[in-house]
Design a protein around this ligand. Sequence first.
Ligand SMILES: Nc1nc2nc(S)n(CCO)c2c(=O)[nH]1
Length: 159
Amino acid sequence: MGKQEGFIALGSNLGDRELYLAGAIRSLEEKGIRVLEQSPVYETKAVGYLDQPDFLNMVVRFESELPVQELLNKLLAIEAKHGRIRKTKWGPRTLDLDLLFYGKLILDDPKLTVPHPRIQERAFVLMPLQDLAPDLLHPLLGLTVKKMAEQVPGKEGVR
Ligand SMILES: Nc1nc2nc(S)n(CCO)c2c(=O)[nH]1
């Protein structure tokens, strides 16, 4: 695959959220996923199940040579290492790592969809992603991150 750049969304709404985000970034580095740039950290209102604590969200730009399946497995391992217990699909979690983009990859496999299928509807992803890559073009939607961030509802819940 050669060295590819990509973006990962990080989130936490349980326990010491800042610590979980910092730990995740350290774990990424340990597993050969080189973090090149970090967005600011945003405090965001939970979407999905609303009766859960606010999240801290951020996005990182990374580079890696890993095949995408191995990259996904490492993200799952990092979530598990930082206490992620999948009680309910949409419940609070210590750490959430979502692969947003990986090079020019387009993949629609049941286990893994890249680009992430909900980027366009998530202000908590688009606002930090815009800090890093406003002109990044979504290969399927044909919209830049800047354009998607302008259009996305719920920006008031991302501070
Ligand atoms: N604000 C906010 N709401 C969320 N709902 C879910 S599920 N998640 C987990 C991301 O898939 C989040 C999140 O990271 N931030």
